[in-house]
Design a protein around this ligand. Structure first.
Ligand code: HEC
Length: 175
């Protein structure tokens, strides 16, 4: 017997009624897909909004390693070892690039300062006005996300005790 509920709409070429169990299933399926998609979007934007350097996130660390090798290794060293005699100013009065591993002093800084140094270079308020430095500003070369990634990579190179000490610096800075 024909279903009485067939849509009169001529551009519905479906032989099935809108209310057949099969189409209800399709509608329910579409609704589930829509909810899942918006949940995914929500979490994506939520986590990407919260820019931070998480040394415990292998994906972020891997992304940061690529940034480091491409943009930082030429000065800070392939193995984060810095330039020779990095504590002694050169003839031009500028400092060589310090290590980024535990032998340097990046870990004395909270994450936000490492971010600002990388994005803006060594500029006030983190250095005196007119301070001369070879550390480039990366604001026009790297996205904020890439800068957080490279900081995550640098942090991941530090042993647990150094990471714990830098975490205390971070916590104090955020209070
Ligand atoms: C052209 C060479 C050069 C490149 C490339 C470079 N740096 Fe530097 N960086 C320096 C120098 C030199 C200093 C020391 C700054 C000073 O005190 O004058 C420095 C300092 C820093 C500091 C502060 C360290 C501290 O102990 O206070 C951070 C953080 C830093 N660089 C991160 C990076 C990151 C991340 C990259 C890659 C995205 C990078 N640098 C690329 C030369 C470089």
């Amino acid at each position: 017997m024909q279903d009485q509920d067939l849509t009169p709409d001529t551009d519905d070429h479906s032989p099935k009624s809108r209310h057949s169990p099969k189409s209800m299933l399709l509608i329910a399926g579409a609704a589930i897909v829509a909810i899942a998609a918006s949940a995914t979007m929500y979490f994506y934007f939520k986590t990407s909004d919260k820019m931070q350097a998480n040394a415990g996130d292998p994906q972020q660390v891997a992304a940061g390693k690529i940034v480091y090798q491409g943009s930082c290794a030429s000065c800070h060293g392939k193995a984060l070892e810095g330039q020779p005699a990095w504590r002694t100013r050169k003839a031009d009065g500028k400092l060589p690039a310090p290590p980024q591993d535990k032998t340097g002093h990046s870990w004395h800084h909270p994450d936000e300062q490492l971010f600002l140094i990388t994005r803006n270079g060594v500029k006030p308020p983190l250095a005196p006005e007119g301070y001369l430095s070879d550390m480039p500003a990366f604001d026009d070369k790297l996205s904020d996300r890439q800068i957080w990634d490279v900081i995550a990579f640098i942090k991941a190179s530090w042993p647990a005790d150094i990471r714990a000490r830098q975490k205390r610096v971070n916590d104090a800075n955020r209070q």
